[in-house]
Design a protein around this ligand. Structure first.
Ligand SMILES: N[C@@H](Cc1c[nH]c[nH+]1)C(=O)O
Length: 383
């Protein structure tokens, strides 16, 4: 095996793709700033318990682990930045008011989330702490949609669900509570036969409601079906009302509801959403409310946010066109150097031709050239 072979689902990012990703990163972060989000940079690795404040089987399987030689404790390489940002809000900032934070950085996954998915997504996201009302969820939803619009996606579908529904359904049934992890797996897979076997001995109300969940997907009308199919419990009514309000705020995006979609169930506690674009079966962005994470860090704070993988987003976009550049000879002549500095100062790309090489940088399209004519360095258009 050649020693330069990279591990499966781990790849270099080459120039044109890297530029696409970086341009997207800047655009999206700049837009976060326009909404008042402050950038934070949490570490790549930290102690396992602080990366998994609320436990979670999925997260545990997903995370690379290693032993810290300084403390002897187990550390994890972050697989998701959201809980790190919640730690920053809970511990380090200690602000009583609303805090808006954003981030962009690599995360690592032990297993790819799909056949061709990378194990090193470049996660970018935004989170709001300190506001329990739906206004914060609405802002996050708007920001997520705005981020995809900035990236150039025109057809986006917003799919809504609510983590509170399953919790409310199983709350009063001990058997069901014990099976929570298995229920989540079966509901995610929409495995109705498996679900029927598991729920056989539950109380009839719980059983019927759980069996109804996988069928509760479609347009906004699903909320009315859910009101009839699910028991009338205050938490369920509230969850369905919240989803109704978020649908009303979705703007131009096509909206669907899928009450059994529990893909983000790890720490989420309320309304959750996923964004889809044509041509990709997996969600490109996920978000939702997770009010219990701050508590695990010692400070209960309402929280909601979203994140997405920049590498995946960039992969879906058309290739970047080469950028216009100016070709310049190599010379120490101060006049040429001044001319080049002025052009670069005005934002032009000026590439000096090193003696003995062809001008073959593929990322650039040389459309002008600096030439020496009658003792002057002139800019000429290339045909
Ligand atoms: N980090 C979550 C999405 C999220 C961000 N904030 C809240 N939820 C995910 O990757 O699924």
């Amino acid at each position: 095996m050649p020693n330069w072979l990279l591990p499966e689902n781990i790849a270099d990012v080459l120039p044109s793709e890297a530029r696409k990703i970086e341009e997207l990163r800047r655009k999206i972060l700049d837009n976060f700033q326009l909404y008042g989000y402050e950038l934070v940079m949490p570490p790549m690795l930290e102690y396992l318990d602080s990366l998994m404040p609320v436990g979670g089987h999925d997260m545990d399987l997903r995370m690379f682990k290693l032993v810290d030689q300084l403390s002897g404790r187990t550390m994890g390489l972050r697989a998701d930045m959201t809980t790190q940002v919640a730690r920053i809000d809970a511990h380090l900032l200690n602000r009583a008011s609303v805090t808006r934070l954003c981030y962009a950085g690599s995360v690592l996954h032990t297993r790819p989330s799909g056949l061709h998915a990378t194990r090193e997504p470049l996660q970018i996201g935004a989170e709001i702490y300190g506001h329990a009302g739906l206004e914060a969820d609405a802002e996050i939803q708007e920001l997520a949609l705005a981020s995809l619009a900035l990236a150039g996606f025109t057809e986006v579908r917003l799919d809504l669900t609510h983590a509170g529904l399953l919790r409310a359904l199983i709350e009063h049934d001990e058997n069901a509570r014990e099976d929570e992890a298995a229920l989540v797996m079966l509901l995610r897979a929409k495995d109705v036969p498996g679900l029927s076997v598991l729920v056989e001995d539950y109380e009839p109300v719980t059983r019927d409601a759980l069996l109804a969940l996988p069928g509760l997907y479609g347009d906004a009308g699903v909320l009315e079906q859910a009101r009839m199919a699910l028991p009338v419990l205050p938490r369920i009514t509230r969850a369905l009302d919240e989803l109704g309000a978020l649908i009303a705020l979705a703007g131009d995006a096509a909206v669907t509801v899928d009450l059994a979609d529990l893909s983000g169930y790890q720490y989420e506690s309320g309304a959750m959403f996923a964004l889809y674009v044509p041509g990709l079966p997996n969600a490109v962005a996920r978000g939702g409310r997770y009010d219990h994470v701050g508590q695990a860090f010692g400070r209960a704070r309402p929280a909601t946010g979203f994140s997405m993988d920049l590498r995946e987003l960039a992969r879906l976009l058309p290739g970047a066109t080469p950028r216009a550049a100016i070709f310049a000879p190599w010379s120490r002549d101060p006049e040429l150097r001044n001319r080049i500095a002025a052009l670069r100062g005005a934002g032009e790309i000026v590439i000096q031709h090193l003696p003995g090489h062809e001008a073959d940088q593929q990322e650039f399209d040389y459309d002008r050239e600096i030439v020496l004519e009658d003792g002057n360095w002139n800019l000429k258009t290339l045909g």
